[in-house]
Design a protein around this ligand. Structure first.
Ligand code: IMP
Ligand code: MG
Length: 181
């Protein structure tokens, strides 16, 4: 595995590994949508790159929408409450909705969105997450489609950030504790 592509960062999944897995996910999603229309709802900002690649690997009649959320509470520790910063542009009643997320971590974000969206009576509601950290779960929630299940590691790249940086790295990387930032 590449070690000196990014100084201080270790590559967890290369862009080639990600592309292969995203293609598999797209094929499965297309199969299960069974010729019907799909609304892909990306959770900003982390899922933007994943949504872009996933969408192009799904052969279906798809549209995009985006929501943005933030956790209440200062610093690293979230109070557990999630706030909607940007709502859906279009109603989802009667539609096949796929929430597209970068990481399913504590589950607070996706539990909040699932409840919010189910109240709008979509025809179906599914969740695709690129990464899953099941050991971190606070809210009981599973994704329908998971790219990679990982242990409790902090990752960056391929849309995911540390203090808003590194989203544009093509690979998913681990930030080592001695990384200077
Ligand atoms: P949760 O499931 O509500 O805890 O929140 C998941 C969100 O936390 C993800 O959408 C990410 O934005 C962020 N997050 C969780 N783990 C990481 C990580 O390892 N790197 C970058 N962002 C993370
Ligand atoms: Mg996120």
């Amino acid at each position: 595995m590449a070690t000196n592509t990014y100084p201080g960062l270790e590559v967890l999944y290369t862009h080639q590994q990600i592309a292969a897995r995203v293609a598999e996910m797209g094929a499965q999603i297309a199969k299960e949508i069974n010729g019907e229309k799909l609304v892909m709802v990306g959770v900003l900002k982390g899922a933007a790159i994943f949504l872009g690649d996933l969408a192009r690997s799904i052969q279906a009649d798809a549209t995009f929408d985006f929501v943005a959320v933030s956790s209440y509470g200062k610093g690293q520790r979230s109070s557990g409450a999630v706030k909607l910063i940007k709502d859906l542009d279009e109603p989802i009643e009667g539609k096949n909705v796929l929430i597209v997320e970068d990481i399913l971590d504590t589950g607070l974000t996706l539990s909040y969105l699932r409840k919010l969206f189910l109240a709008q009576h979509p025809k179906t509601l599914r969740i695709a997450t690129l990464l899953d950290k099941p050991s971190r779960r606070i809210e009981k929630i599973d994704a329908d489609y998971v790219g990679f299940s990982i242990p409790n590691l902090f990752v960056i790249g391929y849309g995911m950030d540390y203090a808003e940086r590194y989203r544009n790295l093509p690979d998913i990387c681990l930030m080592s504790p001695d990384h200077p930032e």
